[in-house]
Design a binder for this molecule. Structure first.
Ligand SMILES: [Fe+2]
Length: 382
């Protein structure tokens, strides 16, 4: 067992301009970002840093082909620091770039993950409130060539600095707020239930969960909902944006030590095969996994979890999980898997795939799950 530590400095600013002047961003820096973030925050600062846009290399979550294309283009560039400004995809790509030598490709990195070294200092600025990836050492890449979505983990991929800038959430669309905050909530729950946590990681997971669900409740209690499409007109969450950004960071610290588990493991095929956004795919599996845990082992840390949730949502302990499912459903309507075009006969393939490729996550389960039980989880969510 390794001790709890965070090698990343965590800085907090209200505005992007404060970060730029403190860190003296310059022409030797390589910024990896989206065009939307560039236009909104970076262009007005007239920086002379080098910039690459993730859109140029494809949509959706990072793939081996996308990262290899970026590494190929970077062969002709000279740069020192890598500055990631974005959501999970940009952060995951940037972690890989920070440890890549000029002639590396993704397959090489997976082959020698234990020997990876930091080549470029890495600064991460999250622009969503979900991944917590700014404080973890994992990069999740969809290895299209191998047909599997896998995490690449290395001490060398920890950021040197994680910078929380409250202003970065200002232009976040509701749907991305919803899916990313659900992801953060799932990180907090999975790491809280993990048997591989410690008292410090559990504290971060618990406080993250409290921050997120209390902010969700306040958002939904005072939201300005329209009947036509209440989910996408609710801007009220922005009043609590800093709670969501900090909650996501604390959940990242929690799962960075204790790990995520079956919800993430079962969600991966939905992301890699059906391209459902990461946070949403976690939502689709969350209730089914929690119900299975409760069925198999109704007594244990899950009761502490229920108590924390009940205190936040002012419900009875026995009703806490239902109250959380209901609140999460208000944040983003949870649809059954078949609504996404998933075929019922694929569920057994997914179950086998999860058992074969996601042991890194499954070892953090609240209780051990067999392939048959994972199939039952998928069927419940279907
Ligand atoms: Fe996640």
């Amino acid at each position: 067992m390794t001790g709890f530590s965070i090698p990343t400095d965590i800085l907090e600013f209200d505005r992007f301009s404060q970060f730029v002047s403190q860190e003296k961003v310059n022409k030797d820096d390589l910024i990896i970002t989206s065009e939307r973030t560039y236009k909104h925050f970076i262009e007005p600062m007239k920086l002379d840093a080098q910039v690459i846009y993730r859109e140029k290399y494809g949509k959706g979550e990072p793939t081996d082909e996308m990262v290899d294309a970026i590494l190929s283009d970077l062969k002709t560039k000279t740069f020192e620091r890598v500055i990631a400004i974005g959501g999970g995809t940009i952060i995951d790509i940037s972690k890989v770039i920070a440890v890549s030598k000029a002639d590396d490709c993704v397959d090489d990195l997976y082959d020698c993950s234990e020997k990876l070294k930091k080549i470029h200092p890495l600064i991460i600025i999250p622009t969503t409130c979900g991944t917590g990836s700014e404080v973890t050492n994992i990069s999740v890449i969809n290895r299209v060539r191998k047909g599997v979505k896998m995490g690449l983990a290395s001490e060398a991929m920890y950021a040197d600095k994680a910078v929380l800038i409250m202003e970065m959430l200002d232009s976040l669309p509701y749907k991305i707020f919803a899916t990313s905050s659900i992801d953060a909530m799932v990180h907090s729950v999975e790491s809280f239930l993990s048997p591989n946590g410690c008292s410090i990681s559990y504290m971060f997971s618990k406080e993250a969960l409290k921050k997120i669900i209390i902010a969700w409740k306040k958002t939904m209690d005072c939201g300005n909902k329209s009947e036509a499409n209440e989910m996408y007109t609710n801007e009220n969450w922005k009043k609590y944006a800093s709670d969501f950004l900090i909650g996501s960071n604390w959940a990242g610290i929690g799962f960075g030590y204790a790990g995520c588990a079956a919800v993430h493991a079962c969600a991966y095929p939905l992301g890699s095969v059906y391209h459902i956004p990461h946070g949403q795919s976690n939502q689709l599996m969350f209730e089914a996994v929690m119900r299975k845990y409760k069925e198999i082992q109704p007594y244990g840390r899950i009761n502490e979890l229920e108590k924390v949730i009940a205190d936040c949502l002012e419900s009875k302990v026995d009703d806490a999980m239902e109250a959380l499912y209901s609140l999460m459903n208000q944040v983003l309507c949870c649809e059954p898997l078949h609504k996404f075009g998933i075929k019922e006969d694929e569920l057994s393939v997914f179950s086998k795939n999860v058992i074969n490729t996601q042991q890194r996550l499954l070892k953090n389960n609240y209780v051990n799950l067999t392939e048959e039980q994972i199939l039952e989880i998928y069927k419940f969510a279907y």
